[in-house]
Design a protein around this ligand. Sequence first.
Ligand SMILES: [Zn+2]
Length: 83
Amino acid sequence: STACYSWKLIWKSWAPPRVKFFHWLANQDRCWTAERLAHPGLQHHPRCLLCDQEPETIRHLLLECPFARKAWHEVLAWLRIPA
Ligand SMILES: [Zn+2]
């Protein structure tokens, strides 16, 4: 229920253009996930290829997947930021 305007900040960051573009696509749910491939009837795997537990959505891939959570945990630990 809260709006996220992080995509506005990413354009001003030092990140490489491809990272900025990916963030912008992810924010607009425009990445080619299985969920998005299913809509026009394109061939896709029904669940996340990493964990095989949930439908592959951009939110799942970046935030909810156990592999993503592990990666974020490692990044936060490396940056010494409490999770
Ligand atoms: Zn997953």
